[in-house]
Ligand binder design. Sequence first.
Ligand code: MN
Length: 241
Amino acid sequence: MERRNFIKNLGIGAAATIAGRNSFAGELIKSTASTMENFNTHEFPALPYAYNALEPYIDARTMELHYDKHFRGYFNNFINAIKGTPLDNLSIEKIFAGISGYGDAVRNNGGGFYNHALFWENLTPKSAGPASDLASALTKAFGSLDKFKEVFSNAAKTRFGSGWAWLYLTSEKKLEVGSSPNQDNLLMDISPIKGTLLLGLDVWEHAYYLKYQNRRPEYIDAFWNIVNWETVDKRYKEALK
Ligand code: MN
Protein backbone atom coordinates (compact mmCIF):
# COMPACT_ATOMS: atom_id res chain seq x y z
CA MET A 1 0.00 0.00 0.00
CA GLU A 2 1.29 3.42 -0.88
CA ARG A 3 2.25 5.39 2.20
CA ARG A 4 -0.15 8.22 1.44
CA ASN A 5 -3.09 5.84 1.06
CA PHE A 6 -2.04 3.96 4.14
CA ILE A 7 -2.17 7.17 6.18
CA LYS A 8 -5.45 8.13 4.57
CA ASN A 9 -6.96 4.74 5.43
CA LEU A 10 -5.66 5.01 8.96
CA GLY A 11 -7.57 8.23 9.24
CA ILE A 12 -10.79 6.62 8.04
CA GLY A 13 -10.26 3.69 10.40
CA ALA A 14 -9.83 6.01 13.34
CA ALA A 15 -12.99 7.89 12.41
CA ALA A 16 -14.89 4.62 12.06
CA THR A 17 -13.70 3.50 15.48
CA ILE A 18 -14.85 6.75 17.02
CA ALA A 19 -18.20 6.41 15.30
CA GLY A 20 -18.55 2.99 16.92
CA ARG A 21 -20.74 0.08 16.05
CA ASN A 22 -22.94 2.01 13.66
CA SER A 23 -20.09 2.57 11.24
CA PHE A 24 -19.68 0.31 8.26
CA ALA A 25 -16.65 -0.10 6.00
CA GLY A 26 -15.18 3.24 6.98
CA GLU A 27 -18.46 5.09 6.48
CA LEU A 28 -19.38 7.35 9.32
CA ILE A 29 -22.70 6.70 10.97
CA LYS A 30 -25.65 7.67 8.90
CA SER A 31 -29.14 6.49 8.36
CA THR A 32 -31.76 7.47 5.88
CA ALA A 33 -34.66 5.97 7.81
CA SER A 34 -36.52 8.11 10.34
CA THR A 35 -36.30 6.81 13.89
CA MET A 36 -39.40 8.68 14.94
CA GLU A 37 -41.79 7.09 12.47
CA ASN A 38 -43.01 3.85 14.01
CA PHE A 39 -40.67 4.45 16.91
CA ASN A 40 -39.08 1.18 17.99
CA THR A 41 -38.85 1.12 21.77
CA HIS A 42 -36.32 -1.72 21.72
CA GLU A 43 -33.85 -0.38 19.19
CA PHE A 44 -30.94 1.95 19.79
CA PRO A 45 -31.15 4.37 16.84
CA ALA A 46 -28.19 5.24 14.62
CA LEU A 47 -27.03 8.82 14.53
CA PRO A 48 -27.96 10.16 11.06
CA TYR A 49 -24.58 11.95 10.61
CA ALA A 50 -20.99 11.81 11.82
CA TYR A 51 -19.98 13.15 15.22
CA ASN A 52 -18.12 16.04 13.60
CA ALA A 53 -20.86 16.84 11.06
CA LEU A 54 -22.36 19.67 13.09
CA GLU A 55 -19.06 21.51 13.66
CA PRO A 56 -18.46 24.29 14.45
CA TYR A 57 -21.89 24.68 16.07
CA ILE A 58 -21.71 21.45 18.07
CA ASP A 59 -18.24 19.93 18.48
CA ALA A 60 -17.44 16.28 17.73
CA ARG A 61 -16.43 15.40 21.30
CA THR A 62 -19.71 16.70 22.71
CA MET A 63 -21.66 14.76 20.07
CA GLU A 64 -19.75 11.57 20.81
CA LEU A 65 -20.31 11.75 24.56
CA HIS A 66 -23.88 12.91 24.14
CA TYR A 67 -24.82 10.14 21.71
CA ASP A 68 -22.70 7.24 22.89
CA LYS A 69 -22.74 7.83 26.67
CA HIS A 70 -25.76 9.92 27.70
CA PHE A 71 -28.21 8.72 25.06
CA ARG A 72 -27.06 5.10 25.28
CA GLY A 73 -27.38 5.30 29.06
CA TYR A 74 -30.99 6.47 28.85
CA PHE A 75 -31.79 3.73 26.35
CA ASN A 76 -30.18 0.94 28.40
CA ASN A 77 -31.75 2.09 31.64
CA PHE A 78 -35.15 2.40 30.01
CA ILE A 79 -34.95 -1.12 28.58
CA ASN A 80 -33.93 -2.45 32.01
CA ALA A 81 -36.76 -0.55 33.71
CA ILE A 82 -39.49 -2.00 31.46
CA LYS A 83 -38.03 -5.51 31.04
CA GLY A 84 -40.37 -8.17 32.36
CA THR A 85 -43.14 -5.65 33.04
CA PRO A 86 -46.35 -5.09 31.06
CA LEU A 87 -44.74 -1.90 29.67
CA ASP A 88 -42.40 -4.05 27.58
CA ASN A 89 -45.19 -4.52 25.04
CA LEU A 90 -46.53 -0.96 24.99
CA SER A 91 -45.53 1.75 22.53
CA ILE A 92 -43.48 4.49 24.16
CA GLU A 93 -46.25 7.00 23.40
CA LYS A 94 -48.68 4.82 25.40
CA ILE A 95 -46.16 4.59 28.22
CA PHE A 96 -45.84 8.40 28.28
CA ALA A 97 -49.62 8.78 28.36
CA GLY A 98 -49.67 6.88 31.67
CA ILE A 99 -46.23 7.88 32.97
CA SER A 100 -47.49 9.12 36.35
CA GLY A 101 -48.10 5.50 37.29
CA TYR A 102 -44.74 4.00 36.31
CA GLY A 103 -42.05 5.56 38.51
CA ASP A 104 -39.01 7.74 38.01
CA ALA A 105 -36.77 5.24 36.19
CA VAL A 106 -39.27 4.84 33.35
CA ARG A 107 -40.09 8.55 33.28
CA ASN A 108 -36.51 9.85 33.26
CA ASN A 109 -34.96 7.22 31.01
CA GLY A 110 -37.92 6.83 28.67
CA GLY A 111 -38.02 10.59 28.24
CA GLY A 112 -34.25 10.72 27.79
CA PHE A 113 -34.37 8.02 25.14
CA TYR A 114 -37.24 9.50 23.14
CA ASN A 115 -36.29 13.18 23.45
CA HIS A 116 -32.76 12.57 22.20
CA ALA A 117 -33.90 10.33 19.33
CA LEU A 118 -36.07 13.24 18.20
CA PHE A 119 -33.29 15.76 18.82
CA TRP A 120 -30.79 13.91 16.56
CA GLU A 121 -33.32 14.03 13.75
CA ASN A 122 -33.99 17.70 14.38
CA LEU A 123 -30.37 18.49 13.50
CA THR A 124 -28.50 18.39 10.20
CA PRO A 125 -25.27 19.74 8.72
CA LYS A 126 -27.33 20.82 5.68
CA SER A 127 -29.83 23.18 7.21
CA ALA A 128 -32.29 24.97 4.93
CA GLY A 129 -35.23 27.10 6.08
CA PRO A 130 -38.72 25.72 6.74
CA ALA A 131 -40.91 24.75 3.79
CA SER A 132 -43.45 27.37 2.78
CA ASP A 133 -46.48 25.87 4.59
CA LEU A 134 -44.65 25.64 7.89
CA ALA A 135 -43.02 29.03 7.36
CA SER A 136 -46.44 30.68 6.85
CA ALA A 137 -47.92 28.81 9.81
CA LEU A 138 -45.04 29.97 12.03
CA THR A 139 -45.42 33.52 10.74
CA LYS A 140 -49.14 33.38 11.44
CA ALA A 141 -48.63 32.01 14.93
CA PHE A 142 -45.69 34.17 16.03
CA GLY A 143 -45.68 37.24 13.75
CA SER A 144 -42.57 36.28 11.76
CA LEU A 145 -40.02 33.50 11.50
CA ASP A 146 -37.52 35.61 13.43
CA LYS A 147 -40.08 36.26 16.13
CA PHE A 148 -40.70 32.51 16.41
CA LYS A 149 -36.94 31.93 16.83
CA GLU A 150 -36.85 34.61 19.50
CA VAL A 151 -39.74 33.06 21.45
CA PHE A 152 -38.24 29.57 21.16
CA SER A 153 -34.76 30.82 22.13
CA ASN A 154 -36.22 32.55 25.17
CA ALA A 155 -37.97 29.36 26.25
CA ALA A 156 -34.61 27.56 25.96
CA LYS A 157 -32.68 30.30 27.76
CA THR A 158 -35.12 30.64 30.64
CA ARG A 159 -35.67 26.92 31.34
CA PHE A 160 -34.09 26.77 34.81
CA GLY A 161 -31.61 23.92 35.23
CA SER A 162 -31.88 20.94 32.89
CA GLY A 163 -34.60 20.46 30.34
CA TRP A 164 -35.88 20.98 26.82
CA ALA A 165 -37.43 23.72 24.69
CA TRP A 166 -40.14 22.64 22.25
CA LEU A 167 -42.12 23.74 19.26
CA TYR A 168 -45.30 21.70 19.35
CA LEU A 169 -48.76 21.39 17.89
CA THR A 170 -51.66 21.39 20.33
CA SER A 171 -54.70 19.17 19.94
CA GLU A 172 -56.43 22.31 18.57
CA LYS A 173 -53.76 22.29 15.83
CA LYS A 174 -52.16 25.44 17.18
CA LEU A 175 -48.37 25.96 16.99
CA GLU A 176 -46.92 26.77 20.38
CA VAL A 177 -43.57 27.05 22.14
CA GLY A 178 -42.85 25.77 25.62
CA SER A 179 -40.32 23.93 27.72
CA SER A 180 -40.14 20.96 30.07
CA PRO A 181 -37.86 20.10 33.00
CA ASN A 182 -35.36 17.22 33.13
CA GLN A 183 -36.30 14.52 30.56
CA ASP A 184 -40.03 15.17 30.67
CA ASN A 185 -41.85 15.84 27.41
CA LEU A 186 -45.27 16.99 26.29
CA LEU A 187 -46.56 13.47 25.61
CA MET A 188 -46.42 12.69 29.33
CA ASP A 189 -49.58 12.82 31.41
CA ILE A 190 -47.70 14.78 34.10
CA SER A 191 -46.83 17.62 31.70
CA PRO A 192 -48.76 20.86 32.25
CA ILE A 193 -48.51 21.57 28.51
CA LYS A 194 -49.33 18.91 25.93
CA GLY A 195 -48.96 18.43 22.22
CA THR A 196 -47.16 16.75 19.34
CA LEU A 197 -43.42 17.47 19.45
CA LEU A 198 -42.12 19.09 16.28
CA LEU A 199 -38.76 20.59 17.24
CA GLY A 200 -36.80 20.07 20.45
CA LEU A 201 -33.67 21.64 21.86
CA ASP A 202 -31.71 19.98 24.63
CA VAL A 203 -30.55 22.58 27.16
CA TRP A 204 -28.91 20.18 29.61
CA GLU A 205 -25.34 21.32 30.30
CA HIS A 206 -24.01 18.05 28.85
CA ALA A 207 -25.31 19.26 25.45
CA TYR A 208 -23.04 22.32 25.33
CA TYR A 209 -20.71 22.71 28.29
CA LEU A 210 -17.47 21.45 26.64
CA LYS A 211 -17.63 24.09 23.93
CA TYR A 212 -19.75 26.85 25.39
CA GLN A 213 -19.23 26.35 29.16
CA ASN A 214 -21.84 28.47 30.94
CA ARG A 215 -22.83 30.38 27.79
CA ARG A 216 -26.11 28.63 27.03
CA PRO A 217 -27.39 31.55 24.89
CA GLU A 218 -24.46 31.10 22.46
CA TYR A 219 -25.30 27.43 22.05
CA ILE A 220 -28.94 28.32 21.43
CA ASP A 221 -27.98 30.90 18.79
CA ALA A 222 -25.70 28.33 17.09
CA PHE A 223 -28.55 25.78 17.04
CA TRP A 224 -30.42 27.77 14.38
CA ASN A 225 -27.62 27.02 11.89
CA ILE A 226 -28.20 23.26 12.10
CA VAL A 227 -31.97 22.84 12.40
CA ASN A 228 -33.30 20.09 10.16
CA TRP A 229 -36.43 21.92 8.98
CA GLU A 230 -37.26 19.04 6.68
CA THR A 231 -38.01 16.78 9.65
CA VAL A 232 -39.88 19.55 11.48
CA ASP A 233 -42.00 20.13 8.39
CA LYS A 234 -42.67 16.42 8.02
CA ARG A 235 -43.75 16.10 11.65
CA TYR A 236 -45.94 19.19 11.30
CA LYS A 237 -47.75 17.77 8.24
CA GLU A 238 -48.18 14.44 10.01
CA ALA A 239 -49.54 16.12 13.15
CA LEU A 240 -52.05 18.18 11.12
CA LYS A 241 -53.76 15.04 9.81
MN1 MN B 1 -28.93 15.45 26.30
